[in-house]
Design a protein around this ligand. Structure first.
Ligand SMILES: Nc1ncnc2c1ncn2[C@@H]1O[C@H](COP(=O)(O)OP(=O)(O)OP(=O)(O)O)[C@@H](O)[C@H]1O
Ligand SMILES: [Mg+2]
Length: 282
């Protein structure tokens, strides 16, 4: 538990998680915000990145003014990862630091297409934001959580290559079979192109209702990815209420039985991704 994590056991570098599925509306943003909230609730320091030009996570974290802010914005920082001061793109939130999306991100795919090493820009930006250089704030992050847009291409590539750990939300319905197959084919090609290993760390069956079809899909998920922990997130209006309040379900008064599910996801990710990174400093 957090209380037992001694200060000298800080992690060497943050574990990065990319919340992704090119299918729209499956719960990427909901899972990203609430996983970040769960990690914070465990005492972890989280940097959240909203890579989606729609800016839903930016809105759901109460930062709509950042979405309409004047340049320099996240897009400028992706073009010039070491050149934009962190205070221009990193916003305070009670649970986490947030790299906000911006309306400019609608041009990200075409802008990045003209750049060399376009898929590596977020990796460079995170390396810069994770270091203390030039920051007068505590930037000793334990986790980086990236929310992706609902399509494959230059922007999502940046999330996948930078994080190399996937959290995959999917609805418990038959259309998810094809979307997961397409995602894994795509990720496989990206691994070859960039000589990286991208690992699914969590599969999140989302918006589950009590139907036979949902039960069958949960079994299919277990068979399809036997090595990857499967989490069951039920349909709850409390997620929408927390979104409207600008936070995760962990920061609102209302009790929610899905806190346990996200807490368990956070605990397992902590164990899987950070145990090898703990190091004793002098
Ligand atoms: N478990 C859930 N229970 C109830 N509502 C949910 C749940 N998960 C997501 N929703 C709702 O479904 C809608 C879509 O969710 P969300 O925005 O998280 O999906 P997304 O995959 O990020 O969408 P996009 O592909 O557009 O980025 C939102 O209105 C959200 O509040
Ligand atoms: Mg989203």
């Amino acid at each position: 538990m957090w209380a037992e994590l001694k200060s000298h056991e800080r992690m060497a570098e943050p574990a990065r998680l990319c919340v992704t599925n090119q299918k729209g509306g499956v719960g990427k943003t909901t899972v990203a915000i609430n996983l970040a909230g769960a990690l914070n609730d465990r005492g972890r320091d989280v940097l959240f990145v909203d890579l989606d030009p729609q800016g839903n996570a930016t809105e759901g974290l109460g930062l709509l003014e950042a979405y309409d802010a004047e340049p320099p914005t996240l897009l400028d920082a992706l073009v010039d990862p070491e050149g934009v001061p962190r205070e221009e793109i990193v916003y305070d939130h009670e649970e986490m630091d947030v790299v906000a999306s911006n309306v400019d991100m609608n041009a990200a795919a075409s802008t990045l297409a003209a750049e060399d090493d376009a898929e590596l820009r977020l990796d460079r930006l995170l390396t810069s934001l994770e270091s203390d250089a030039g920051a007068d704030v505590d930037v000793d992050y334990d986790f980086v959580v990236v929310d992706c847009p609902p399509h494959l291409g230059a922007v999502t590539d940046n999330g996948l290559v930078a994080a190399q750990n996937l959290v995959i939300p999917a609805l418990a319905e038959p259309t998810s079979k094809r979307s997961l197959e397409l995602l894994f084919d795509y990720v496989g090609a990206l691994e070859m192109d960039h000589d990286v290993e991208i690992e699914p760390q969590a599969l999140v069956a989302n918006r589950i209702e009590n139907t036979n079809a949902a039960d069958e899909m949960l079994e299919w998920f277990e068979d399809a990815l036997p090595e990857t922990p499967l989490y069951r997130v039920r349909k709850r209006v409390a997620f929408q209420r927390a979104f409207s309040a600008g936070s995760s379900i962990f920061a609102v008064e209302e009790e929610n039985d899905m806190r346990e599910v996200f807490a368990s996801m956070a605990e397992t990710l902590d164990e899987r991704l950070t145990s090898t990174r703990l190091e004793v400093s002098a």
